[in-house]
Unconditional design. Structure first.
Length: 108
């Protein structure tokens, strides 16, 4: 994956999180947390802001980062930002993450 793609990791945020998402500042630090007991999404990586869940890393990307994140001994954070109006209008994405500096490598 090229670094330009890694800098725009989409967050899937359903209606249950939309109010939290809308209250976030334009740029913030997100914490990534594996949810091994998530029954609908076997590679669930929750995205938290200020300790509250605001969505999940998009499934097609989470599958590559799930195992490395699950095995990482510490807390993993990354820069995040609210999506631009065009992001929301074209693909429904409200939040984007920057994985370019993550302390782990995606599995192939």
């Amino acid at each position: 994956m090229s670094s330009s793609i890694l800098q725009r990791i989409p967050v899937v945020a359903g209606l249950g999180y939309i109010e939290r998402v809308r209250q976030l500042p334009s740029a913030f630090t997100a914490t990534l947390a594996v949810e091994s007991d998530q029954r609908y999404f076997p590679h669930a990586i929750a995205v938290l802001a200020s300790g509250e869940k605001v969505g999940y890393v998009a499934p097609e990307i989470a599958a590559r980062y799930y195992a490395p994140l699950n095995n990482y001994p510490g807390t993993v954070t990354c820069p995040a930002r609210r999506g631009d109006r065009s992001d929301h209008e074209t693909c429904g994405v409200e939040l984007l993450l920057d994985f370019s500096e993550l302390p782990l490598v995606a599995s192939e």
